[in-house]
Design a binder for this molecule. Structure first.
Ligand code: NAG
Ligand code: NAG
Ligand code: NAG
Ligand code: NAG
Ligand code: NAG
Ligand code: NAG
Ligand code: NAG
Ligand code: NAG
Ligand code: NAG
Length: 271
């Protein structure tokens, strides 16, 4: 009996400790954390010809008044960062992962380079990542299983290499996926069929090493629209493809759009 009582007391103590620890870790981030994260980002900008951040991101004003920064009304934390088309050159520091309320990150059309920081995995609230037209390189880190709310991912027009990480296909909310204009290799994995609400997919990169795979949902350019991996759209335009148009195309009974323009297919078209 005494033993059971002791065990119970110990369990309560452990639970309480757990609660206190998780409660305190949850409260250690505040707007000051966001401020240091943004100042770290500013410190990693090596060129800012229009002096956008240089003059505007002044420590004398609240970060919520900084250009490109949006704070949520409820928590007064940074929920969106939009530095698009500001002619900025620099890298994204790991501290970006401290903007724990961030839902939208838009760095379109700047000259950010380096690799994508793995600390983005901390930002579970992210719905949009738009890094279109920058110079990010190296592989796409496998961070996506930690971003369950992601709806838009645009990494087009960078210098990313390697394979598309499979974790990406765990983002069930993904609606727009743009990876065109990188140096990605391989074929589209069949897991693309898991993205049931994906409505826009672009992977186009002319690369002769890409070939038509036997399984149609593995095709570069194929968008499989349902759990049953039914291809609804197939866009293989400008991919340097040669050979005959595969007979399987005729079996794509759910196909609503087919674009094979600007290739070197020959032979007859399967009917
Ligand atoms: C933010 O939290 C730190 C401790 O983590 C504290 O020292 C600071 O006063 C807090 N700042 C605000 C604005 O609440
Ligand atoms: C920074 O830019 C914002 C938005 O353009 C503006 O409202 C604010 O007054 C500017 N702050 C400073 C210090 O220039
Ligand atoms: C970022 O700002 C640009 C220019 O103001 C705008 O066109 C774009 O829609 C914004 N991005 C987001 C995600 O709101
Ligand atoms: C990219 O940014 C530059 C500089 O702000 C701007 O002149 C250009 O129109 C932008 N391009 C697009 C496609 O938004
Ligand atoms: C922010 O991020 C950096 C790097 O990831 C980390 O070292 C730091 O402890 C984090 N926390 C705060 C409150 O700045
Ligand atoms: C095509 O991709 C392969 C790897 O898949 C790469 O080695 C090759 O350099 C790429 N070719 C071009 C023209 O980009
Ligand atoms: C196929 O992709 C090309 C290049 O991205 C685009 O110009 C074309 O409009 C697309 N075709 C269809 C039918 O969407
Ligand atoms: C045809 O494809 C090649 C290689 O991708 C590209 O350079 C060219 O611009 C394309 N032409 C048209 C008319 O789309
Ligand atoms: C098309 O589907 C039919 C019926 O399922 C099958 O017998 C045939 O082999 C398929 N054709 C190709 C080219 O895959």
């Amino acid at each position: 009996m005494g033993n059971t009582g002791f065990c119970l007391a110990l369990m309560m103590a452990v639970l309480l400790l757990h609660f206190v620890v998780s409660f305190s870790t949850k409260t250690t981030t505040n707007i000051s954390t966001d401020r240091s994260a943004l100042l770290a980002l500013k410190a990693h900008i090596v060129s800012d010809p229009r002096k956008m951040l240089e003059t505007n991101w002044s420590t004398a004003t609240s970060i919520c008044n900084w250009v490109g920064v949006t704070c949520g009304s409820r928590h007064q934390r940074v929920i969106a960062l939009n530095l698009s088309s500001m002619l900025l050159t620099g890298t994204v520091p790991p501290q970006i992962g401290n903007l724990s309320f961030l839902t939208s990150l838009d760095l379109t059309n700047d000259s950010f380079h380096g690799s994508l920081p793995i600390q983005l995995t901390n930002l579970h609230r992210l719905k949009l990542i738009n890094l279109l037209w920058n110079n990010f390189y190296e592989e796409i880190p496998s961070l996506f299983e930690h971003l369950p709310k992601l709806q838009i991912l645009d990494l087009g027009g960078n210098k990313l290499s390697g394979k598309i990480p499979l974790g990406l296909f765990k983002c069930k909310e993904l609606q727009i996926l743009e990876l065109a204009g990188n140096n990605l290799e391989g074929i589209l994995p069949k897991e693309i069929g898991d993205l049931t609400i994906l409505n826009s997919l672009s992977l186009r990169k002319p690369n002769r090493s890409w070939s038509i795979d036997t399984f149609i949902c593995n095709w570069v350019g194929a968008a499989c629209g349902s759990q049953h991996q039914r291809v609804v759209a197939l866009n293989l335009s400008s991919m340097f493809l040669t050979g005959t148009v595969p007979l399987q195309i005729g079996n794509l009974s759910f196909l609503t759009s087919l674009d094979l323009t600007n290739n070197s297919f020959h032979g007859s078209f399967p009917i």
